[in-house]
Design a protein around this ligand. Structure first.
Ligand code: UP5
Ligand code: MG
Length: 204
């Protein structure tokens, strides 16, 4: 696809910060395409015949990062499919080519590789709250989510990976003035008000 016609916003923040929740609301309003790296990995893990199933399952349970070649390929495929799906006629006004990429990049090398192979990001929405709040949300969700990483042991490992590997990504983009930090401690609707204003300012 034509990489110049793509706009990408990364959505980052700790486990349970609200990336998925806020991304879903944003795409509804702004007609972007929402790609969750974690969801794509979970789908690949369960796809019959996938050679990465076991690898992905282990990484997710251990809260470590899946090798970036796998994740970037899944993202590229999903972007391509999304572009095909949307009608080309109305072009940009239809949200064509605008992507919210949620939960990626989680490590600096992934950020560099994606920007080299796919395209530059315009902005990173950075949702932040305390570990205590995130832990509470994840344990609550874990009662029904069926996610293999919504348990105390995995959550602690996810926090560690986030601090060690993902925070440097955010610092990297912050130096380029490409991070909008949003406190995600308040209610979903309150957080969304702020997120919406940020995105509006960038794209209108
Ligand atoms: N909730 C949300 N907002 C709330 C609010 N304001 N007030 C009260 N409750 C709120 O939210 C989590 C829960 O909190 C939900 O129940 C929600 O209702 C509630 P959610 O929006 O799902 O938070 P999110 O930040 O998306 O949390 P998630 O658990 O998805 O974050 P992770 O970053 O841990 O998970 P992800 O799916 O991105 O990655 C999982 C694993 O995949 C990683 O650990 C890693 O092993 C692997 N991975 C890679 O290897 N590479 C990648 O590029 C991506 C993932
Ligand atoms: Mg999520």
């Amino acid at each position: 696809f034509d990489h110049k016609k793509i706009t990408v916003i990364f959505v980052l923040g700790g486990p349970g910060a609200g990336k998925g929740t806020q991304s879903e609301k944003l795409v509804e309003e702004f007609n972007f395409s929402h790609l969750s790296a974690g969801d794509l990995l979970r789908a690949e893990q369960n796809r019959e015949g996938s050679k990465y199933g076991d690898l992905i399952r282990t990484c997710i349970r251990e809260g470590t990062i899946v090798p970036m070649e796998v994740t970037i390929k899944l993202l590229e495929n999903a972007m391509e499919a999304e572009l095909k799906k949307r009608t080309t006629g109305e072009g940009w006004s239809n949200g064509l080519g605008r992507f919210l990429i949620d939960g990626f990049p989680r490590k600096l090398d992934q950020a560099f590789k994606f920007e080299e192979d796919v395209c530059l990001s315009s902005l990173t929405l950075f949702f932040t709250t305390t570990e205590e709040v995130m832990l509470g949300r994840l344990l609550e969700r874990g009662k029904t989510s069926g996610r293999e990483d919504d348990n105390v042991e995995s959550i602690k490992k996810r926090f560690r990976t986030y601090t060690n590997d993902t925070m440097p990504v955010i610092e990297h983009y912050a130096k380029q003035n490409k991070v909008a930090e949003i406190d995600s401690s308040p209610s979903v609707d309150e957080v969304y008000k702020t997120a919406k204003d940020v995105v509006k300012k960038v794209f209108t």
